[in-house]
Ligand binder design. Sequence first.
Ligand code: FAM
Length: 475
Amino acid sequence: MLTLTIPRVALRSATAPRQFAAAAAAASTVRFASTKTLTEAVSETVPAKREQLAKLKAEHAETKLGDSTVGHLLGGMRGLKCMLWEGSVLDAESGITFHGKSIPQCQKELPSAKDIGRPGKEMLPESMLWLLLTGKVPTVEEAKGLSQDLVSRAKLPNYIEKLIDTFPKSLHPMTQFSTAVAALNHDSKFAAAYNAGVKKTEFWQPTLEDSLDLIARLPAVAARIYYNVFGKGDGKQNVDPSMDLAENFTHMLGYGDKEGLVDYMRLYISVHGDHEGGNVSAHTAHLVGSALSDPYLAYSAALNGLAGPLHGLANQEVLNWILELEKEVGSDPSDQQIIDSLWSTLKSGRVVPGYGHAVLRQPDPRFTALSGYCDTRPELQKSPTVKLVQRLSHLAPPVLTEHGKTKNPFPNVDAGSGAPLYTYGLDEFKFYTVLFGVSRAFGALPQLVYDRMLGLPIERPKSLSMDALEALLKK
Ligand code: FAM
């Protein structure tokens, strides 16, 4: 078996910051020459990234990217180009690309479960994480090495389990999640290194360490919450070093025997990881992190944004909506009954959950990928819930178009992500946004690493009161 992790002792010692730089070099003595650790791979990208930033600043600091309008100020800054985000770019028509690669390309090119000798065909979230952090497709050995590294970091500190155990079952799982994630900062390597006076140019290294620790532990935090609230899983959060992250996670939740769900979880985490920087959760992590809060605090804040119904909570709302429909008209509604139900939602002033998007103007390729997965699994093809979601994706757009408000009548990722979970028996949809929260870390935390690698400043846009705005407009 390959040993790919950086010597942990070097990375735990915040009083010896220079060891961060030495750690990657030391690791090269204990593994095959062709295989890099993630830290080494990220390290290699640093000079070019810094040079690119310096050139952009030197040559284009005054170049306009469009004008800020009163509409931007009053309208949630839609389309205003004012944030650097390295991992992915969202195009309104073609959807998300991760360092230039679309979801189907990632499914084809990124090392999969099968490649590392596990049952299943889908890309590994570990491969996606590597791509997001380095801009490169990892080799199979690199993906496997990262997977093993994450397994080695997955154990929860005892106090976190105890903390989660004190929460009332009635406390929303997302509130439990963000609280537990914030509390994990007790062991932040970034905070310790900062307090020890580590140089600004080295901030990215303990940030990467914290990010990997956090990504590795999020499944265990989520599984403990699931166990406490819903009594499923064994509450032990054990990991098997031969399994990848999604497989271990699915086992912790108590569904390890469902191969279809294990593979779905890989795809789910991979496609939910990053969606450029402007969405509420990603932007929040970036904003809070810009104050040099450690990655745990930054990501905990992001989770609170994800917990809003216009963002990540929409995936639980979709299941709510579907179950309400089934209660009203039975499990096999006619097209007209579905259309009537859509109109009744809209006429009551509510949004149709899972539809519309602030940027996208076409069906969300994440929805398409998850729906495509359903088409490959007979048990999902038979599922009434999956079938209903797929019918809705054809019936809702014309209704929303006729309604005339939304700029995008098509399904977004949340329209379809819950139905397969529901079908496999993970039917506690109050928990669904937690799964989104496990996933979003794969994109939001790498950006914190980029932020610190590039030494980006604290975020501080200008706000105006309406009086100040009017005064400015009169000038
Ligand atoms: N159903 C009904 N009305 C909708 C709608 C929907 N699905 N989507 C947008 N609208 C309305 C919207 O409320 C707004 O109405 P008002 O002018 O009365 O405020 C109008 O259409 C224009 O909105 P927009 O410019 O098209 O969208 P926004 O950029 O303001 O908002 C969303 C984008 C995603 C918040 C919005 O489409 C929505 O509320 N969708 C339903 C909730 C949802 O699925 N959220 C998850 C989004 C997902 F991608 C994610 O973040 N995880």
